[in-house]
Ligand binder design. Structure first.
Ligand code: ADP
Ligand code: MG
Length: 253
């Protein structure tokens, strides 16, 4: 089976005067099934760089990247745009909703941009917003929504075209703890229900504890992989995850 996400020896250098920044120094990673996954590491470890490469927003300096069965490390601008539109969804820390549009219009935005305004797409948007607990918020503009509600609209938007893979970069970085927990729960549950591979990057063990597998990053490398115990909904105890991460990094640093 083609893996949903695979990185082979992925490197990324940013030019910076005489000494370039080695943001990624040979990342290897493989995800073969749907579900909720995390890349966890401290600020500056290379998480966003990796996510931008996976989402074809920026090419790697070298290495192979496969997402949803497609090589994405050497796409032209046009191919990258097409890939982002049809094969993935992306959720950002800052929600990135259009302030003048309602929750429903924001959810439908990828369709509007593609000139696709079929009734089917609208039905899908309404179903997603309903599933995300936003049935009575459809006509609200972002300003009239809480941060947690705005992020759930962004999640609906990311899932509109049923992409096989969704990326999230610190999706709860701007949220309080109650709203954060709700976002992690819906990402975990929707990954399962919709058979989507959701890969979230985060610096928080509490966020990663909702995932079934955690790739621990440090210094531009995946230093190790932690698997949740098989039980119930999967996931980790947050305290145990933090301890296991420290242990892993302590062994390799
Ligand atoms: N556009 C850029 N130009 C130069 N250096 C960058 C750029 N983006 C990130 N970096 C550097 O690459 C490293 C990894 O950054 P990043 O991927 O944003 O880490 P994280 O998301 O884990 O906080 C950091 O040292 C950062 O300063
Ligand atoms: Mg980051």
């Amino acid at each position: 089976m083609t893996p949903h996400i695979r990185c082979v020896d992925v490197k990324k250098d940013y030019p910076a005067g005489d000494t370039p920044v080695h943001a990624l120094r040979g990342v290897n990673l493989e995800i073969a099934d749907s579900g909720f996954y995390a890349v966890m590491g401290r600020s500056g470890s290379g998480k966003s760089t990796l996510l931008h490469i996976l989402a074809a927003m920026d090419p790697p300096s070298s290495g192979e990247v496969t997402v949803s069965g497609q090589r994405v490390d050497q796409l032209t601008e046009r191919q990258a745009t097409q890939f982002r539109r049809t094969s993935i969804g992306i959720i950002f820390q800052a929600f990135n909703l259009i302030p003048t549009m309602t929750a429903l219009e924001n959810t439908l935005l990828p369709g509007l941009l593609a000139g696709d305004s079929t009734g089917m797409l609208r039905t899908r948007a309404l179903e997603l917003l309903d599933r995300l607990g936003l049935a009575d918020r459809m006509t609200h503009r972002p300003q009239a929504l809480s941060g947690g509600e705005q992020q759930r609209v962004a999640i609906a938007r990311a899932l509109l075209y049923k992409p096989p893979v969704v990326f999230a970069d610190e999706p709860t970085g701007n949220l309080d703890s109650a709203s954060s927990a709700l976002v992690w729960e819906v990402l975990r549950d929707l990954a399962h229900e919709q058979e989507v591979t959701v890969l979230m990057v985060t610096h928080e063990p509490e966020a990663a504890s909702y995932c079934k597998r955690v790739f621990v990053m440090a210094d531009g490398l995946v230093k190790g992989v932690l698997e949740a115990e098989e039980s119930g909904e999967g996931g980790f105890d947050a305290g145990t995850l933090a301890t296991r991460t420290q242990h892993l990094l302590g062994q390799t640093e």
